[in-house]
Design a protein around this ligand. Sequence first.
Ligand code: HEM
Length: 514
Amino acid sequence: MLAELLAIALLLLPYYYYLISSSRKRNRPKYQKFTSSSTVGLLPKSYPLIGSALDIAANKERRVQWTSDIVLSSPTATFTLRLALGSARIFTANPANVQHILKTNFPNYQKGFDFRTTLFDLLGDGIFNADGDTWKSQRQLSSHEFNTKSLRKFVETVVDTELSARLIPTLSAAAANAAATLDLQDILQRFAFDNICKIAFGYDPGYLAPTLPEARFATAFENAVRIISGRFNSGVPQIWKIKKFLGIGSEAELKEVVSEVRDFARKIVREKKAELKQNESDDSIDILSRFLSSGRNFDDEFVTDIVISFILAGRDTTSAALTWFFWLLWKHPEVESNILEEIREKSDTAIYEEVKDMVYTHAALCEAMRLYPPVPIDTKVAANDDVLPDGTEVRQGTRVSYHPYAMGRLEEIWGKDWAEFRPERWLERGEDGKWKFVGKDPFSYPVFQAGPRVCLGKEMALLQMKRVVAGILRSFRVVPAMEDGEEPVLISDLTTKMKGGLPVRIEAREIRVA
Ligand code: HEM
């Protein structure tokens, strides 16, 4: 792969020369000075022309952990990575900087041209890839999808059907065979994909079943996300553009899978339009119906963009959080006992109230996402020169990334026991002796982002996850099938994953209801 990239780079030296000279003028960064000797030791080496591309390539598989180590050793929890062709990227885990980027100086930190261009082939102008008015109008219209009435309906219909008709039977089949292992990560991704397609489209891909069926749309979506997010990890960002221009390698494959995803989404949009024309009083709860019935005349391409963004946002996030959650739970049986106790107490309440009030489980999920945030690094681009609260200078056009994975490991925020999985750090006892959830400042815990672009699906995601946890733990014990002492390895495209999945055995259990 590296050889392929280098060969292309050599062939296109004249083109580079042009890019270097123009980009230097546009985007000459200033670098901050480090006083901490530990950071100096960790900082990647930088060379003329290629910046730190060699270190970036060497750490490609562990870029989250690598950049986290450097950020955590910096006195201001911020460092500047030099990229090829004179550009730079700032990483920060400093809550004051994060508040500045996500809220105080929000207009200056947008998705920006480069981000938009990189994801445009898949996402078009969808909410995830939009700035300004295009973003605002989508945000306003889709936020209705997340009111209490819709959330209740979501948990009681979509999530519950998927749980009882698909997830539980799949796990029961595994439990019936003591020797069987299954990949919990794969199962949860299938579960989340079915859920989000129903919410975004009103379409059921039927991806989760005991037979683990192939679903072309799901596979094409998975491949499209994997390849397109790889564009960000290239040490020399222009390389993917050259490969796209030449129609070779991963870019040729990307073109194929993206057109499969988009053709399929367009077909659903057309069918939905026809359905809505026939049935004026449609009470569907999906986002597509909401946009199509809004009275605004959105064209099909734009509506397709919107739907694809939502699928991306809801697809791997909850499954990533739950996969790490079940791993942590197995390592902490005392936390599992507390959750079982909570399930026992709540089991005669209606579904929505049950999940809404699962305070301890809520805290345990937040704690799991502190250590393994589904979106480990998130990036904005500076529209103008700026100075961050810690004094870091930002040049126009520089990518600025806040780093939730590193922030979950900052002693200054979580204390000396930051490495411990301890849901109690999110709880306090009320006067009645019951647990009360105590949220954290969102700029110290930006797992769902924060500020005007805070995740729209936060409540929905938490309800869904609590319902899944209660549904699984009530009937099963999830036992990782790994060698003694073996730890899962975190990898990341746009979201975190466990490398190779999480193999588990499923054991049936029945908990006594209070
Ligand atoms: C544990 C689960 C989830 C986590 C940790 C999470 C996290 C995030 C983060 C970090 C962002 C900011 C991304 C960016 O703009 O750069 C975001 C945005 C967003 N999320 Fe989530 N998300 C989760 C689940 C969901 C679900 C289930 C949905 C939809 C049903 C959803 C819908 C969205 C949307 C629409 C945005 C874009 C908001 C905007 O730009 O205004 N998310 N989410």
